[in-house]
Design a protein around this ligand. Sequence first.
Ligand code: UGA
Length: 422
Amino acid sequence: MASLGHDVVGIDTDDSRAVSLSRGIAPFHEPGLPELLREGVNSGRLTFSGDISDAYGARVHFLAIGTPQGPSGAADLSYLFTAVAELMPFVQAGDVVVGKSTVPVGVAARIADVVESAGARLVWNPEFLREGLAIRDTLSPDRMVYGVREGDTDSVAVLDDLYSQILLSGMPRMVTDFATSELVKVAANAFLATKISFINAMAEIAEVTGADITQLADALGQDPRIGRRFLNAGLGFGGGCLPKDIRGFIARAEELGVGESVSFLREVEAINLRRRDRAVQLVRNELGPRLVGATVAVLGLAFKPDSDDVRDSPAIDVARRLSALGARVVATDPHAITAARAIVPEIEFRATAHEAMEGADIVVVLTEWADYKELEPAGILTLVSTPTVIDGRNCLDSDSWSAAGWRVLSLGRAVPAELVAV
Ligand code: UGA
């Protein structure tokens, strides 16, 4: 918002975070964010505060509060409602409150009642940004959705003005009711998760028939009705959004008495988790009883490349399980080591892929960082004890690895011994 020319104050209950942001230090790895942050801070248009009274005087108030998964699977809304209650004394009549948080359908209407009691108005304006591409997705989104109270054209005009530079591109901007705007967000994530699990279900079929999952995805993707994006088979989805959002969606649909409508999402999750089992099984099959005490090099810990986020990371899960089975797991990641160390202290960490692979009995690629895709298979052959690699993300050029002398196993391609007659 500051880069679009607005004066912005970012407020967080964590004072120390506000202090480091004020110094231009981003709290997580996101390409381009430190530069944009420093530009905003240096321009004087972007400040940070730990004191919510600094919201007073703003015309627009964004709610960007986390809604983590609660113990029942449903979203925990306590942080969001606390923030709304704390903000209200500093909201003036005529202000607009903009909801960005991912919420179960029905929450926006409840927040609107609170906001309207102060003479302000609410717009539910979900974001669709991806980690690693957050800046591009925010400043050049595919679409904007404004969920408003019926007839609230004033708030629509305020948001159009706020986003005027973004809207110049002609990107679709839709005005809906609150429920539709909340559902667009969770339905989009549910669809993306379903697409990933669909291709991963096909990967299970490919593994027993000898079909090649990447070629299958490429051929399916040529059909514009299907599209190639989000058909990358492998370890499946993780992160702070897709897994929790589908669980939250199931929980909310059940509360609403329409649980059956999204019961397929349970299968989507089951397929997703089976891919992790498969990765562990491939390592077990390769090493057999030698797994105990064997050195397993794990390349990649983040839930996806260009992120240091390890929340619900499939890579962490696989690394942890291999360690629990008695392997000596030596892992690396370009950005996620600090975060990973806090949750899997039982494994060893190395700064580079080369160091992690030294003396390895097997190499497992679990996050498709560019660094790993670009590894020179012939050059690293002598580093390892046994040149076997499991490509958990279908990201390696298996022909060149095989030609260099590696045994390459992939999620979504057959291991010859496991093929059934077709
Ligand atoms: C996701 C959505 O893509 C965003 O549109 C949404 O705004 C965001 O959640 C959110 O709710 O805030 P993100 O979690 O950053 O974004 O990551 P994705 O790019 O969607 O990837 C999610 C997971 O799916 C990753 O673990 C990734 O490795 C996996 N994935 C993705 C696949 O396994 N195959 C694919 O083809 C694509």
